[in-house]
Design a protein around this ligand. Structure first.
Ligand code: AMP
Length: 215
C-alpha cells in the first residue's frame, strides 16, 4: 500500500506519469488541478473561487486546497493507496498534510520530484493539448494525435488548457519557483524525496520511477 506524492513544475509531465503509475501500481490518481477544472466545468461555488486564481496562474488558497484533499482522502477508494498529483504545492500544505497523516497513524511512502529546465517546460506546456472528454493528453510536437486536433482514444476535439498559454505558463513557472520549489528541501529533510530527471522521454522517465517504486 503506497502513498505517493508527485512533485515538479508545470509541464514536466506529472499528469502523464501519474496515469502510467496509477495503472501499473493500482493507485488512485488524485489531481487537485483536475478536481478544480471539473468544478469549473460544473459551475460549482468551489469552481468559481478556484477559477479566479487559476486564470491568473496563481495558487488557490492553502486552507481551501487542504480541506478539499483531506476530505477526498477519507473516501473508501483511497484505502489501497493513492498518488497525489499537484498537491502539496506549498510548505504550508505539506506541513499540514504531514500533521493530518500523522494524526491518522499514516505517512507518505515517497515523494517523486521530477525536474526539467524552464525552456523545456515552457515548450511542453504551450504545446500540450487535452481531451476534455476522456482526459488523454497530447503534445503538438512530441506526442501528436493521429488526426490533428482529434483525440485518438475517443474522437473528441482536443483543447488547450486556458492556463497553458505562454504568458500564464511563465507566471506558473514563477509561482512554482517561489512557492513550490521550497518543498524539495522540506521533503529532503523528511528523508522521503527521490529525484527523477524529467527532460527525457515519457517511457524513460517512467522506467526510472518504476525502479524507485519497486515491484
Ligand atoms: P495543475 O493541473 O496541477 O497544473 O493545477 C492547475 C491550477 O490549479 C494551478 O495553477 C493552481 O491554480 C490550482 N492548483 C492545483 N493544485 C493546487 C494546490 N495544491 N494548491 C494551490 N493551487 C492549486
Amino acid at each position: 500500500m503506497k502513498r505517493v506524492v508527485l512533485l515538479g513544475p508545470p509541464g514536466v509531465g506529472k499528469g502523464t506519469q501519474a496515469g502510467l503509475i496509477s495503472k501499473k501500481y493500482d493507485l488512485l490518481h488524485i489531481s487537485t488541478g483536475d478536481i478544480f477544472r471539473a468544478n469549473i466545468k460544473e459551475g460549482t461555488p468551489l469552481g468559481k473561487t478556484a477559477a479566479g486564481y487559476m486564470e491568473k496562474g496563481l495558487l488557490v488558497p492553502d486552507e481551501l486546497v487542504c480541506d478539499l484533499v483531506e476530505d477526498r482522502l477519507t473516501k473508501d477508494d483511497c484505502e489501497n493507496g493513492y498518488l497525489l498529483d499537484g498537491f502539496p504545492r506549498t510548505v504550508f500544505q505539506a506541513e499540514r498534510f504531514d500533521a493530518w497523516l500523522a494524526a491518522r497513524g499514516e505517512s507518505l511512502s515517497v515523494v517523486l520530484d521530477i525536474q526539467a529546465s524552464n525552456d523545456i517546460l515552457m515548450e511542453r506546456a504551450v504545446g500540450r493539448r487535452l481531451c476534455p472528454k476522456c482526459g488523454m493528453s497530447f503534445h503538438v510536437k512530441y506526442n501528436p494525435p493521429k488526426a490533428e486536433g482529434i483525440c485518438d482514444n475517443c474522437g473528441s476535439e482536443l483543447m488547450q488548457r486556458a492556463d497553458d498559454r505562454a504568458e500564464t505558463v511563465s507566471k506558473r513557472l514563477q509561482v512554482y519557483a517561489d512557492q513550490t520549489s521550497p518543498l524539495v528541501e522540506y521533503y529532503k529533510g523528511t528523508g522521503k524525496l527521490a529525484e527523477v530527471e524529467g527532460s527525457r522521454t515519457v517511457p524513460e522517465i517512467f522506467e526510472d520511477i518504476c525502479a524507485l517504486l519497486g515491484e
